[in-house]
Design a binder for this molecule. Structure first.
Ligand SMILES: C[S@@+](CC[C@H](N)C(=O)[O-])C[C@H]1O[C@@H](n2cnc3c(N)ncnc32)[C@H](O)[C@@H]1O
Length: 264
Protein backbone atom coordinates (compact mmCIF):
# COMPACT_ATOMS: atom_id res chain seq x y z
CA UNK A 1 0.00 0.00 0.00
CA UNK A 2 1.36 3.44 -0.97
CA UNK A 3 2.82 5.52 1.86
CA UNK A 4 3.36 2.73 4.37
CA UNK A 5 7.12 2.16 4.12
CA UNK A 6 8.89 2.69 7.45
CA UNK A 7 12.56 2.73 8.29
CA UNK A 8 13.59 -0.40 10.16
CA UNK A 9 16.81 0.60 11.95
CA UNK A 10 17.11 3.30 14.66
CA UNK A 11 18.32 6.73 13.45
CA UNK A 12 22.12 7.05 13.40
CA UNK A 13 23.94 9.40 15.78
CA UNK A 14 24.32 13.13 15.12
CA UNK A 15 28.05 12.62 14.51
CA UNK A 16 27.38 10.02 11.81
CA UNK A 17 24.77 12.30 10.26
CA UNK A 18 27.17 15.27 10.23
CA UNK A 19 29.64 13.17 8.21
CA UNK A 20 27.01 11.62 5.93
CA UNK A 21 27.19 14.28 3.22
CA UNK A 22 30.66 13.35 2.03
CA UNK A 23 29.58 10.23 0.20
CA UNK A 24 26.88 12.16 -1.68
CA UNK A 25 28.55 15.51 -2.34
CA UNK A 26 27.80 15.66 -6.08
CA UNK A 27 24.15 14.71 -5.48
CA UNK A 28 23.98 17.36 -2.77
CA UNK A 29 25.46 20.10 -4.96
CA UNK A 30 23.24 19.29 -7.94
CA UNK A 31 19.90 19.05 -6.17
CA UNK A 32 19.83 21.08 -2.95
CA UNK A 33 18.14 24.47 -3.13
CA UNK A 34 20.20 27.66 -3.11
CA UNK A 35 19.14 30.83 -1.30
CA UNK A 36 17.21 33.83 -2.66
CA UNK A 37 18.69 37.31 -3.34
CA UNK A 38 16.37 38.69 -0.61
CA UNK A 39 18.30 36.63 1.94
CA UNK A 40 21.55 38.34 0.99
CA UNK A 41 19.81 41.73 1.12
CA UNK A 42 18.59 40.92 4.66
CA UNK A 43 22.07 39.75 5.61
CA UNK A 44 23.55 43.08 4.50
CA UNK A 45 20.87 45.01 6.34
CA UNK A 46 21.18 43.13 9.64
CA UNK A 47 24.97 42.98 9.60
CA UNK A 48 25.08 46.71 8.83
CA UNK A 49 27.53 46.48 5.93
CA UNK A 50 27.64 45.57 2.24
CA UNK A 51 28.94 42.18 1.23
CA UNK A 52 31.18 43.77 -1.39
CA UNK A 53 34.69 43.81 0.03
CA UNK A 54 33.72 42.07 3.30
CA UNK A 55 36.04 39.41 4.67
CA UNK A 56 33.61 36.51 4.96
CA UNK A 57 34.35 33.10 6.44
CA UNK A 58 31.71 30.57 5.33
CA UNK A 59 31.76 27.58 7.69
CA UNK A 60 30.34 24.17 6.86
CA UNK A 61 30.59 25.44 3.31
CA UNK A 62 29.75 22.06 1.84
CA UNK A 63 29.72 22.12 -1.94
CA UNK A 64 29.73 25.93 -1.91
CA UNK A 65 26.06 26.83 -2.42
CA UNK A 66 26.24 29.80 -0.02
CA UNK A 67 29.93 30.59 -0.65
CA UNK A 68 29.14 31.11 -4.33
CA UNK A 69 26.43 33.68 -3.56
CA UNK A 70 28.67 35.58 -1.13
CA UNK A 71 31.51 35.52 -3.69
CA UNK A 72 29.19 36.76 -6.45
CA UNK A 73 28.22 39.73 -4.25
CA UNK A 74 31.88 40.70 -3.97
CA UNK A 75 32.74 39.27 -0.54
CA UNK A 76 36.29 37.97 -0.05
CA UNK A 77 35.29 34.48 0.97
CA UNK A 78 37.29 31.90 2.86
CA UNK A 79 35.42 28.60 3.04
CA UNK A 80 35.83 26.16 5.95
CA UNK A 81 34.58 22.60 5.56
CA UNK A 82 35.35 19.47 7.64
CA UNK A 83 34.32 16.82 5.13
CA UNK A 84 36.69 15.48 2.45
CA UNK A 85 33.95 14.69 -0.07
CA UNK A 86 32.20 18.03 0.29
CA UNK A 87 35.53 19.90 0.16
CA UNK A 88 36.50 18.07 -3.07
CA UNK A 89 33.18 18.99 -4.69
CA UNK A 90 33.60 22.59 -3.53
CA UNK A 91 37.07 22.82 -5.06
CA UNK A 92 35.79 21.30 -8.32
CA UNK A 93 32.93 23.80 -8.71
CA UNK A 94 34.44 26.93 -7.10
CA UNK A 95 38.17 26.73 -7.82
CA UNK A 96 38.64 30.49 -7.33
CA UNK A 97 37.43 30.50 -3.72
CA UNK A 98 39.96 29.36 -1.08
CA UNK A 99 38.89 26.53 1.22
CA UNK A 100 40.51 25.14 4.34
CA UNK A 101 39.54 21.96 6.13
CA UNK A 102 38.22 22.52 9.64
CA UNK A 103 35.04 22.86 11.62
CA UNK A 104 33.09 25.41 13.60
CA UNK A 105 34.21 24.08 16.98
CA UNK A 106 37.87 24.88 16.25
CA UNK A 107 38.13 27.32 13.37
CA UNK A 108 41.42 27.35 11.44
CA UNK A 109 41.23 31.15 11.25
CA UNK A 110 43.19 33.94 13.00
CA UNK A 111 41.70 36.10 15.77
CA UNK A 112 39.66 39.13 14.63
CA UNK A 113 40.03 38.11 10.98
CA UNK A 114 36.45 38.25 9.73
CA UNK A 115 33.83 40.92 9.10
CA UNK A 116 31.28 38.18 8.60
CA UNK A 117 31.05 34.56 9.71
CA UNK A 118 28.34 32.56 7.95
CA UNK A 119 26.83 29.15 8.60
CA UNK A 120 24.32 28.11 5.93
CA UNK A 121 22.50 25.01 7.19
CA UNK A 122 25.51 24.05 9.27
CA UNK A 123 25.42 25.71 12.71
CA UNK A 124 23.30 22.87 14.13
CA UNK A 125 26.19 20.46 13.50
CA UNK A 126 28.42 22.43 15.87
CA UNK A 127 28.58 22.41 19.67
CA UNK A 128 27.61 25.98 20.65
CA UNK A 129 29.66 25.70 23.85
CA UNK A 130 32.66 25.72 21.50
CA UNK A 131 31.41 27.37 18.31
CA UNK A 132 30.10 30.53 20.03
CA UNK A 133 33.50 31.37 21.65
CA UNK A 134 35.16 30.53 18.34
CA UNK A 135 32.84 32.91 16.48
CA UNK A 136 33.62 35.69 18.98
CA UNK A 137 37.35 35.03 18.60
CA UNK A 138 37.39 35.04 14.80
CA UNK A 139 35.11 38.05 14.26
CA UNK A 140 36.53 41.52 14.49
CA UNK A 141 34.67 43.90 16.86
CA UNK A 142 31.48 44.94 15.08
CA UNK A 143 31.60 41.86 12.86
CA UNK A 144 28.54 39.68 12.35
CA UNK A 145 27.70 36.03 12.83
CA UNK A 146 24.97 34.91 10.42
CA UNK A 147 23.18 31.58 10.57
CA UNK A 148 20.48 30.44 8.19
CA UNK A 149 18.42 27.45 7.20
CA UNK A 150 16.09 26.71 4.30
CA UNK A 151 13.08 25.17 6.06
CA UNK A 152 10.12 23.51 4.31
CA UNK A 153 7.02 25.73 4.44
CA UNK A 154 4.76 23.27 6.28
CA UNK A 155 1.74 25.61 6.14
CA UNK A 156 1.42 24.50 2.48
CA UNK A 157 -0.78 21.41 2.35
CA UNK A 158 1.29 19.14 0.08
CA UNK A 159 4.51 20.02 1.96
CA UNK A 160 2.89 19.25 5.31
CA UNK A 161 1.56 15.93 3.95
CA UNK A 162 4.98 15.02 2.58
CA UNK A 163 6.57 15.91 5.95
CA UNK A 164 4.02 13.64 7.65
CA UNK A 165 5.02 10.77 5.35
CA UNK A 166 8.74 11.31 6.09
CA UNK A 167 7.85 11.52 9.77
CA UNK A 168 6.04 8.18 9.67
CA UNK A 169 9.01 6.67 7.84
CA UNK A 170 11.46 7.81 10.52
CA UNK A 171 9.06 7.55 13.47
CA UNK A 172 9.26 11.32 14.05
CA UNK A 173 6.82 14.23 14.14
CA UNK A 174 8.58 16.12 11.35
CA UNK A 175 5.99 18.89 10.83
CA UNK A 176 6.28 19.71 14.57
CA UNK A 177 10.08 19.71 14.30
CA UNK A 178 9.93 22.05 11.30
CA UNK A 179 7.58 24.38 13.15
CA UNK A 180 9.99 24.34 16.09
CA UNK A 181 12.73 25.36 13.67
CA UNK A 182 10.75 28.57 13.35
CA UNK A 183 12.42 29.67 16.57
CA UNK A 184 16.03 28.64 16.44
CA UNK A 185 17.12 31.70 18.40
CA UNK A 186 17.16 29.97 21.77
CA UNK A 187 18.97 26.90 20.48
CA UNK A 188 21.57 28.85 18.50
CA UNK A 189 23.37 30.23 21.57
CA UNK A 190 22.19 28.65 24.83
CA UNK A 191 24.74 30.83 26.70
CA UNK A 192 22.86 33.98 25.62
CA UNK A 193 26.08 35.85 24.78
CA UNK A 194 24.90 36.63 21.27
CA UNK A 195 22.04 38.99 20.61
CA UNK A 196 20.40 37.66 17.45
CA UNK A 197 18.08 39.55 15.16
CA UNK A 198 15.83 37.32 13.13
CA UNK A 199 14.29 37.42 9.66
CA UNK A 200 12.20 34.95 7.72
CA UNK A 201 12.45 35.03 3.92
CA UNK A 202 9.96 32.94 1.93
CA UNK A 203 10.82 31.82 -1.57
CA UNK A 204 10.12 29.00 -4.00
CA UNK A 205 11.66 27.17 -6.90
CA UNK A 206 10.15 24.94 -9.58
CA UNK A 207 12.15 21.79 -10.25
CA UNK A 208 11.64 18.46 -12.03
CA UNK A 209 10.29 15.75 -9.72
CA UNK A 210 13.58 13.84 -10.00
CA UNK A 211 15.48 16.85 -8.64
CA UNK A 212 12.98 17.20 -5.81
CA UNK A 213 13.34 13.54 -4.85
CA UNK A 214 17.14 13.70 -5.08
CA UNK A 215 17.05 16.82 -2.89
CA UNK A 216 15.05 14.96 -0.21
CA UNK A 217 17.34 11.96 -0.50
CA UNK A 218 20.40 14.19 0.14
CA UNK A 219 19.31 14.89 3.74
CA UNK A 220 21.42 13.17 6.34
CA UNK A 221 18.68 10.90 7.70
CA UNK A 222 17.96 9.53 4.21
CA UNK A 223 21.65 9.30 3.29
CA UNK A 224 22.11 6.90 6.19
CA UNK A 225 19.03 4.82 5.37
CA UNK A 226 19.71 1.45 3.72
CA UNK A 227 19.32 1.83 -0.03
CA UNK A 228 16.43 -0.63 -0.46
CA UNK A 229 14.35 1.17 2.18
CA UNK A 230 15.21 4.55 0.70
CA UNK A 231 14.27 3.42 -2.79
CA UNK A 232 10.96 2.01 -1.55
CA UNK A 233 10.15 5.31 0.18
CA UNK A 234 11.08 7.42 -2.85
CA UNK A 235 9.02 5.22 -5.20
CA UNK A 236 5.97 5.81 -3.02
CA UNK A 237 6.79 9.51 -2.75
CA UNK A 238 6.96 9.82 -6.52
CA UNK A 239 3.46 8.33 -6.81
CA UNK A 240 2.07 10.76 -4.20
CA UNK A 241 3.66 13.79 -5.80
CA UNK A 242 2.58 12.95 -9.33
CA UNK A 243 -0.99 13.29 -8.08
CA UNK A 244 -0.23 16.85 -6.87
CA UNK A 245 2.06 17.79 -9.78
CA UNK A 246 0.86 15.76 -12.80
CA UNK A 247 3.25 17.65 -15.14
CA UNK A 248 6.21 16.39 -13.09
CA UNK A 249 7.35 19.88 -12.04
CA UNK A 250 7.36 20.44 -8.28
CA UNK A 251 7.07 23.86 -6.67
CA UNK A 252 9.15 23.70 -3.50
CA UNK A 253 8.55 26.54 -1.03
CA UNK A 254 10.97 27.43 1.72
CA UNK A 255 11.18 29.81 4.63
CA UNK A 256 14.79 30.77 5.19
CA UNK A 257 15.30 31.46 8.88
CA UNK A 258 18.10 33.98 9.23
CA UNK A 259 19.75 34.90 12.53
CA UNK A 260 22.36 37.65 12.67
CA UNK A 261 24.30 38.78 15.75
CA UNK A 262 26.69 41.74 15.59
CA UNK A 263 29.56 41.53 18.07
CA UNK A 264 30.21 44.40 20.52
C1 LIG B 1 23.63 20.70 5.17
S1 LIG B 1 25.32 20.95 4.69
C2 LIG B 1 25.36 22.70 4.28
C3 LIG B 1 26.37 23.02 3.20
C4 LIG B 1 26.34 24.45 2.67
N1 LIG B 1 26.66 25.43 3.68
C5 LIG B 1 25.02 24.78 2.01
O1 LIG B 1 24.45 25.83 2.31
O2 LIG B 1 24.58 23.99 1.17
C6 LIG B 1 26.12 20.88 6.24
C7 LIG B 1 27.63 20.97 6.15
O3 LIG B 1 28.15 21.13 7.48
C8 LIG B 1 29.32 20.38 7.56
N2 LIG B 1 29.62 20.12 8.98
C9 LIG B 1 29.45 18.99 9.70
N3 LIG B 1 29.88 19.15 10.95
C10 LIG B 1 30.32 20.44 11.04
C11 LIG B 1 30.89 21.24 12.09
N4 LIG B 1 31.08 20.75 13.31
N5 LIG B 1 31.24 22.52 11.80
C12 LIG B 1 31.06 23.03 10.59
N6 LIG B 1 30.50 22.33 9.56
C13 LIG B 1 30.14 21.06 9.79
C14 LIG B 1 29.05 19.13 6.73
O4 LIG B 1 30.25 18.49 6.34
C15 LIG B 1 28.28 19.75 5.56
O5 LIG B 1 29.12 20.13 4.51
Amino acid sequence: MVGMTTREAPLPSAAARARSFDAAAAQYGANRPSYPPALLDALEELSGRPLAGARAVDVGAGTGIASRLLHERGARVLAVEPGAGMAAEFRRTLPDVPLVRGDGNALPVADAHADLLTYAQSWHWTDPARSVPEALRVLRPGGALALWWNTDAVDIAWISEAADRSGRFFGLDIPAEKRKAADRTGQADPSGRLDFERRVVRWSRRVPLDVHLANIASHSAFLLTPQDERTAFMTEERAHLLKVFPDGVVEETYDVYLLVAVTP
